[in-house]
Design a protein around this ligand. Structure first.
Ligand SMILES: Nc1ncnc2c1ncn2[C@@H]1O[C@H](COP(=O)(O)OP(=O)(O)OP(=O)(O)O)[C@@H](O)[C@H]1O
Length: 908
């Protein structure tokens, strides 16, 4: 698409290097320049005398640039007109990006192409209008009339968006460590990619991937809108094919695919179809084709050839699909992948506030309700929430709400509006329509099974099915068929689940099918089915199903789901699609089922390598909240969790075991790739506590250091030990000692089931702490006292630590010949109330050394007396430094005597 406003002279100069190397057919260019009077006879002769191609090209470029912008413009026009013979394919896009303005009439293609573009723009506007009308339908006619796009998070980082949420379990053994690029998942729009950016980019193949209802279609429709509304002179074309058309393509001919329906009723254009197709082929860089909602196209030759750029080689191809199709069909398509992540928090707010019938108080209630708010990150759910506004009360908006409940509410709302019924008559009305509704549900189920959204269902706009369906015509000169489809895929899946509730005997078959490659898309029914079986939704559907019916189905249902999606193989470590199951459980809202699940996974949720959006976090948080006596371990290694999602999970932190380890995983991932603002907010969320792994990773420590040292308030540092016990290294110790001024206390954590014995771990930690103090004594003398305080704050026996520190430093002095002890004097001379020593563990001689450092006598509490003569002697030498001595005796049965003897030493 032509977009450059650069002057011709600059445009040529900027591409000089490429042109010198790649210009073809120079004699033709020279001849054309001569015809246009840009070059004269002598110049042409001079050029002809140059044998070497590059030199000749250089000379041409020198002359035309020296001659000024008119010469350059003529030159560019020649390149554009003769592109096939003078430019390699690579430079076709370059030349088409030059804006020739009004002078370019002669190169803007035949009028038939202009007419086609006008038709395409009209069609695009119709498509967008239809979308508005459909939304309007839900809002009872109050919705905005114009197509509206609220910014979506469009993430181009393929590394961190590896497909997940697979039904087929993943093997832990094959997990690879995530790349450095790991960054936060939504709801943060840091990249601010827009559909317009994608459209204007140089990318020729763009794949938008995302889960149901996340906004893929809307994103590509924004491209369509952008193009349709743009007023410029450029002759460019955008073809949009939605799911309906894609599933009904009956041609293998490019012309027929692109033009048949457009020119069907225009005899004049029909005659020029070949001319138009030829132009589109010759100027394929002016063509954009959108295939929205593609799935399984391997047997469709024409799609294959377009997608692989065999036809229209320079066209921009934009495809949208759900994650499972990305896995299967686009695995090796060299493309720019864009992961549609839904709404950011900011966008949710914008979306809700600009909806019709919104009441600011109601909006705030939704924003304050984590379950509802997190649902809204999926635009389809935001849409549902907004559509429900009209009959929500703010009390209702405060309530916990599952996705299924939202769909049921909208289902009831639409039927109520359609029948023009009062709420109290609604149930009876739904009951009257039961047969029609179930017929529709059956049809939805069959279509879902067949992986299509086209239903062959007889209905009229006035009947109840008309509330949920729209008709779709697939017209071509060869055939014309009318189908109908649901207003959205997810509504079809909801209806499919309704049918399963009616026919529970099919459940087993469906669960089996979900595990097959061909039918894995059927898993999307399962969370809805769980929701329909929930105690909270049963009353809303009692008009369709007598309450006993769902209850009967529910019995043993979740066990079957668990069996399907939870694989445990005796030989291998089993892996679970835990997020999916948590979503099902959240829909089911059953404490009992949560406990089964937790039992089955041994109260350990492996969410490693997952991307958890806020809605999924809510589901995980719900499951955690249901664990009663036994805390849950949450593995978030290499996972990406949004801050709001983490906040939701941490609401139930009392139910989490090894929380420090989990937070350490969160911090590790965040430090590797998050921006500073995220880290600062994470620090706030963790209550000014930072959790770091005890591993030597320079970049990680550098980033952590920045956060710690820049924090306005002192930070509590937790050091967490992973699997390798060797890594409490000196280098790490030195790094931490530099942060100590910004740290209020240091804590050490190890996994509960750490193989290393508790005693060994304690020893290593003590040694590490001693080294920290030694570092302070060596390099930060002024801070030595506070350093000792900080490292001994958390459950360290201060007396023993100070005694050990003395011997540690002494040893260091002996080994290095350096004097360190003087720096530590303030520590020993500070106002310690008393010394407590167990002489069976520490030597009396050591106590003597320490007591000697003091300037005043101190009380001593003694235990573990030793009869060894040297010890006794040493201890007696201590007496002059002791103001008061307390001791405990073991009685004859070796029990600690309850009475203690206090010796008051005579002061001399
Ligand atoms: N950016 C947006 N701005 C406003 N509304 C949006 C936006 N994205 C999605 N929506 C709303 O959410 C609905 C569902 O979005 P959309 O159809 O784009 O999802 P999808 O990812 O294509 O789903 P599926 O995979 O099921 O086809 C839209 O009909 C629209 O009402």
């Amino acid at each position: 698409m032509a977009c450059s406003v650069q002057c011709a002279q600059d445009y040529v100069s900027d591409a000089r290097v490429d042109l010198i190397e790649q210009l073809k057919n120079l004699p033709l260019i020279i001849e054309k320049l001569y015809q246009k009077k840009v070059l004269n006879n002598t110049e042409v002769s001079d050029l002809e005398a140059i044998p070497e191609k590059c030199r000749k090209a250089r000379k041409v470029l020198d002359w035309i640039t020296n001659k000024g912008k008119d010469a350059c413009l003529e030159f560019l026009k020649i390149l554009d007109l003769e592109r096939k013979s003078v430019l390699p394919l690579k430079l076709h896009t370059w030349i088409s990006h030059f804006s020739f303005g009004e002078e370019s009439d002669d190169i803007q293609g035949p009028t038939s192409c202009h007419e086609i573009r006008t038709l395409l723009k009209t069609k695009a506007k119709e498509i967008l209008d239809q979308q508005c009308k459909r939304s309007n339908h839900f809002f009872g006619g109050n919705a905005k009339q114009k197509f509206t796009y609220i910014p979506l998070v469009l993430d181009r980082d393929t590394e961190k968006n590896k497909p997940h949420n697979k039904v087929i379990h993943k093997s832990k053994k094959s997990k690879k460590p995530r790349g450095k690029k790991l960054r936060s998942y939504i709801p943060k729009d840091t990249c601010r990619n827009t559909p317009e950016d994608l459209l204007n980019s140089q990318e020729k193949s763009i794949l938008l991937v995302g889960k149901p209802g996340i906004g893929k279609t809307t994103a590509v429709k924004q491209m369509l809108y952008f193009w349709a509304e743009r007023h410029d002179e450029n002759l460019d074309f955008m073809f949009y094919f939605d799911k309906n058309v894609l599933t009904n393509i009956a041609t293998s001919n490019l012309q027929s695919l692109l033009l048949d329906t457009l020119i069907m009723s225009n005899a004049d254009l029909r005659q020029k179809a070949e001319e138009i197709t030829q132009y589109l082929e010759d100027y394929s860089e002016k063509v954009t084709i959108i295939f929205d909602g593609i799935s399984g196209f391997h047997d469709n030759n024409i799609l294959l050839r377009i997608i692989h750029h065999e036809l229209l080689p320079e066209a921009k191809i934009v495809v949208t699909c759900r994650p499972e199709t990305e896995d299967d069909d686009f695995f090796d398509w060299p493309t720019c992948k864009v992961y549609v992540q839904g709404f950011s928090e900011e966008s949710i707010y914008t979306y809700l506030t600009q909806m019709p019938d919104q009441d600011p108080e109601l909006v705030n209630s939704v924003v304050d309700n984590p379950a509802l708010f997190s649902l809204c990150h999926v635009p389809m759910y935001a849409f549902m929430v907004a559509a429900c506004f009209s009959y929500y009360t703010s009390e209702g908006a405060h309530k916990q709400c599952t996705a299924t409940e939202l769909y049921i509410r909208i289902f009831r709302h639409c039927i109520q509006r359609h029948g023009n019924k009062k709420l109290r008559h609604l149930d009876a009305h739904i009951k009257d329509c039961k047969d029609k509704i179930l017929l529709l549900a059956e049809s939805a189920f069959s279509a879902t099974k067949l992986k299509t959204i086209n239903l062959e269902f007889d209905y009229s706009d006035s009947c109840i099915a008309g509330v949920f369906l729209r008709s779709v015509s697939v017209v071509s000169p060869a055939f014309a068929r009318t189908f109908c489809s649901f207003l959205h895929n997810t509504i079809q899946e909801f209806f499919s689940a309704l049918w399963l509730l009616e026919k529970p005997q099919k459940l087993h078959e469906v669960l089996q099918l979900c595990q097959t490659e061909e039918y894995k898309h059927m898993k999307y029914m399962i969370p809805f089915l769980c929701g329909l079986l929930s105690e909270t939704t049963i009353p809303l559907l009692k008009c369709l199903f007598p309450p006993d019916q769902p209850k009967g189905t529910c019995h043993g249902f979740f066990e079957k789901v668990l069996k399907t999606f939870l694989h445990d193989e005796p030989d291998e470590e089993y892996s679970v699609d835990a997020v999916f199951l948590c979503q099902c459980l959240n829909e089911l809202q059953s404490s009992e089922a949560c406990l089964w699940f937790l039992e089955r996974v041994d109260y350990s949720l492996d969410l490693s390598e997952e991307h958890l959006d806020p809605h999924q976090c809510c589901a995980v948080s719900y499951v955690i909240s249901q664990s009663r006596d036994k805390p849950v371990h949450l593995n978030l290694e290499n996972s990406v969790v949004s801050l709001s999602g983490l906040k939701t999970i941490l609401r139930h932190s009392q139910n989490l075991r090894d929380l420090s380890m989990t937070l350490c995983q969160v911090w590790t991932a965040a430090l590797k790739c998050e921006q500073q603002s995220y880290l600062i907010n994470l620090l706030l969320l963790c209550g000014k506590e930072i959790y770091l792994p005890i591993i030597t990773q320079k970049a990680l420590h550098q980033q952590a250091g920045e956060i710690i040292t820049q924090s306005a308030d002192p930070v509590i540092l937790h050091l967490c030990c992973g699997q390798n016990p060797q890594q409490l290294s000196d280098a790490f110790c030195r790094t931490i000692s530099t942060w100590l001024p910004s740290i209020s206390s240091v804590h050490f954590t190890t996994k509960q089931n750490q193989r290393e014995s508790c005693e060994e771990w304690e020893k290593r930690v003590t040694l590490f702490k001693l080294n920290l103090c030694l570092q302070a004594a060596l390099h930060q003398k002024e801070n030595v006292q506070t350093t000792v305080k900080k490292v001994t704050l958390c459950g360290t026996d201060e007396c023993n630590f100070l005694l050990d520190l003395y011997s540690h430093v002494k040893q260091y002095e002996t080994e290095t010949g350096r004097k360190v002890l003087p720096a530590l004097l303030p520590v020993y001379q500070s106002t310690r109330a008393e010394w407590i020593i167990d002489l069976s563990e520490r030597k009396a001689s050591l106590l003597l050394e320490v007591l000697k450092l003091q300037t005043v006598k101190k009380p001593v509490e003694l235990s573990g007396w030793s009869d060894e003569e040297s010890e006794v002697r040493s201890f007696l030498q201590c007496l002059p430094y002791i103001s008061q001595l307390s001791t405990f005796f073991l009685d004859t049965k070796k029990h600690l005597s309850i009475c203690s003897i206090k010796l008051v030493l005579v002061q001399n």
